[in-house]
Design a protein. Structure first.
Length: 186
């Protein structure tokens, strides 16, 4: 198996068409989906839309995309991490982990590694991430990965999730910010 990258405890690889069941299992946990859709993603949607979109990104945007994350020690699938293409030289950080992988520092470990890779190896100038304002866990991961609060905004949803009334937040880091941090800490 070819690995996109490895961290101390995680190994990330490209998804394949054989990974439908991994994604269905991940997205079937309503707690995992709580701040996203609030409900499981149907298998047909994953097989016909989600996975083909993930696979197409690898060719269209080399170095960017969504990667399956496995524990290095056991090989167990724990979720995914993403650097999704945005404006030229920018990407959006994302992550989704199985509930049994929460609280182990995997989200921070994977997010930090992708931010570093994006701003150095991939030459990105800015990486951002968004979540619901009430998603304290995800906001902490963003801060731990070096991203800083940018803005809060409110959107209208016809069928809002609980907490939507508190708005959405964006965090971001630029290459200049990251280099400045390295200069100050070194």
């Amino acid at each position: 198996m070819e690995w996109y990258m490895k961290t101390e405890r995680l190994a990330l690889r490209q998804f394949t068409s054989a990974d439908v069941d991994l994604l269905v299992d991940l997205d079937s946990d309503v707690e995992v989906m709580r701040y996203l859709t609030g409900k499981p993603t149907p298998r047909e949607t994953i097989a016909e839309t989600v996975l083909p979109t993930l696979l197409a990104t690898y060719d269209r945007h080399p170095g960017l995309g969504t990667w399956a994350a496995h524990e290095r020690a056991t090989g167990r699938f724990v979720g995914w991490f993403a650097l999704e293409p945005g404006k030229p030289d920018e990407a959006e950080l994302g992550y989704r982990l199985r509930r049994d992988a929460w609280g182990r520092g995997y989200a921070t470990e994977g997010a930090r590694a992708l931010v570093d890779k994006g701003l150095t190896d991939l030459g990105l100038t800015r990486i951002n991430a968004i979540t619901m304002a009430v998603n304290a866990g995800s906001r902490q991961v963003m801060r731990n990965a070096g991203l800083r609060f940018v803005r809060l905004w409110h959107e209208h949803f016809d069928d809002p999730l609980p907490g939507t009334e508190h708005g959405e937040v964006e965090y971001a880091i630029t290459r200049a910010d990251a280099l400045g941090e390295a200069d100050r800490s070194g």
